[in-house]
Design a protein around this ligand. Structure first.
Ligand SMILES: [Zn+2]
Length: 551
């Protein structure tokens, strides 16, 4: 069989070719595109006679072999033999620190009698498997599991490849989170930043403060309302209870599930702003201590009627800090990540300007204004995190009024904040809303579900994003540690809708962050989507956008 035919088998994934046979290009569907990939003559056939061979003294590799076996079983019904046998074999091999592969790289060599995945660590082996999965059918089939012979050498361009998901505005149960994590893993992303609380809902059980979830996880929501809609036909009194939260056991399960897939979960506990739900549960930590309901989607820019809702903790009250430290204590016991995200964005400070305690704090600490009060707040929390061997991560507003000494900045208002922080020798994660907020339109807006309008973040714009700004010198570029896309969920009430916003932009950002620039090719990328990925999602019942090729 020649190379072209073997690719056809790769492409068919057990179903028809959709008319691609005459002009299909000899390539694999592996996304993100590897550093190097060469296709060879012939195929490796996975069938009940295929054995799986791995160093069995290594627990993590044993776990990977189970993961592979369960995938093969899911798509074919058969189980690979794990006893060493002569004949066809899938082999895992750990290498002795091969220089160019790094911690996450892998080599995949497919020959007619042997399929070998080798890497310096289990992380690389895991990514080798993800590439292998993309050469196989995505769902149960009776067709042969035929992998084209090939030689792949692969490793990422950027070390931190993340996604932020807001579960406050809309809540997604653990099973939905696991599906998102599976998609991230398939595309070799390695950070899941979990935005666990905001004005409209607190989503993590905190044992010392049960009202955070018994009160703060629930809001009276208005029928027919989407966030920020000003539809006069909506009856604001016509409400229903909306909400949900994760128990600590569930959150630990997500951490474990993600870790098995080489994904670090970074929790975000917002402060000092965006804390309306926490202050509905514990009003004593706001400036005016007024009792308020958990804010719903009719609160616009912090105002309802003529009232400014409490979104900010009182920065003059020491109890606010102790409250947050208790919370972070429980959070750190659940999430082993090196970083804790403390938000720090869009602090309105309107109550701080009028609050006696806040004004006293400004005076006592010799601060110039409320901006410096915010900086005081973040620096005080940073000290607490450092004392607990954690690093502080915050949105770029934490630059205002002076940056905490070792903070890492997540740049969302364009790249400016990131550039400024990198020049100050602070670590940076680039996440500019344009083009990396996937809650924004990807096409349209005609014919698309309601989305954030600020920019249209098309597939191609996402694909072309490069997180290293030209204006930075090499020394400063070294501080750009990574890049994330974000999904804020005001307009995204269901998992199905979330999938639609995520796909196909997820593989686009994955290729933008993983693949060497010289290997990127948008035409080839979209061909791969058509060749394997769209069909795989469709077969699994995952909703996706058909792909806007508009710039
Ligand atoms: Zn105050």
């Amino acid at each position: 069989m020649n190379v072209k035919n073997s690719i056809l088998i790769l492409a068919i994934a057990g179903v028809s070719l959709m008319g691609m046979s005459s002009n299909v290009v000899a390539q694999s569907a592996i996304t993100p595109e590897p550093v190097s990939l060469s296709l060879k003559e012939g195929n490796f056939l996975i069938d009940p006679q295929t054995a799986l061979s791995f160093p069995d003294e290594d627990e993590r590799i044993t776990a990977l072999s189970k993961y592979l076996n369960s995938h093969i079983k899911k798509i074919s019904g058969y189980t690979l033999m794990t006893s060493p046998a002569s004949g066809k074999k899938i082999e895992f091999k750990l290498l002795a620190n091969e220089a160019n592969l790094g911690e996450e790289g892998y080599k995949l060599r497919v020959e007619p009698e042997r399929l070998l995945i080798s890497a310096n660590s289990h992380k690389g082996l895991f990514y080798g498997l993800q590439s292998l999965f993309q050469t196989l059918p995505a769902v149960r089939t009776n067709a042969p599991l035929s992998v084209p012979c090939m030689e792949v050498i692969d490793y990422p361009r950027i070390g931190w490849r993340g996604m932020m998901l807001d579960v406050s505005r809309h809540f997604y149960p653990v099973e939905a989170i696991k599906e998102v994590i599976d998609l991230l893993a398939l595309y070799k992303m390695n950070v899941f930043h979990w935005h666990l609380c905001d004005n409209e809902g607190w989503r993590l059980e905190i044992k010392k403060y049960p009202k955070l979830t018994s009160v703060g996880a629930w809001r009276q929501e208005v029928y027919g309302s989407v966030f920020y809609a000003k539809d006069p036909s909506i009856n604001l009194n016509d409400t229903y209870l909306y909400g949900g939260y994760y128990t600590q056991e569930e959150a630990k399960e997500v951490v474990r599930y993600a870790m098995e897939r080489n994904i670090t979960v970074i929790p975000e506990i917002e402060m000092p702003g965006h804390s309306g739900a926490a202050l509905a549960a514990y009003p004593q930590f706001s400036c005016n201590r007024k009792v308020q309901p958990t804010p719903n989607s009719t609160v616009v820019n912090g105002v309802t009627g003529n009232t400014h809702v409490n979104f900010e903790y009182c920065a003059g009250n020491d109890s606010s800090f102790l409250f947050l430290q208790d919370i972070l204590g429980e959070v750190m016991a659940i999430f082993p990540s090196e970083y804790i995200h403390i938000g720090g964005d869009e602090v309105e400070k309107v109550h701080w300007s009028k609050c006696k305690l806040c004004q006293m704090r400004i005076k006592k600490e010799k601060l110039k204004n409320v901006d410096e009060l915010q900086s005081y707040f973040i620096k005080r929390m940073e000290k607490f995190l450092i004392a607990n061997n954690k690093k502080l991560l915050g949105w770029d507003e934490i630059l205002e009024g002076g940056l905490a000494p070792s903070a890492t900045v997540m740049s969302w208002r364009g790249e400016k904040g990131g550039v400024r922080a990198a020049k100050m020798k602070h670590e940076v994660i680039m996440s500019p809303s344009n083009p990396l907020y996937f809650n924004r339109y990807q096409a349209g807006p005609d014919g698309e579900p309601h989305a954030a309008k600020h920019s249209i973040n098309t597939l191609e714009r996402v694909y072309n994003y490069n997180p290293f700004p030209d204006e930075l010198k090499a020394d400063d570029i070294a501080f750009i540690k990574g890049c994330q896309f974000a999904i804020w969920t005001e307009f995204i009430p269901s998992l199905e809708h979330l999938e639609y916003m995520l796909l196909p932009r997820l593989p686009a950002i994955s290729e933008a962050l993983w693949t060497p620039l010289k290997n990127k090719d948008f035409g080839r990328f979209t061909h791969k989507l058509n060749q394997w990925h769209y069909r795989a999602w469709q077969q699994k019942g995952i909703r996706f956008h058909q792909g806007s090729f508009k710039k």
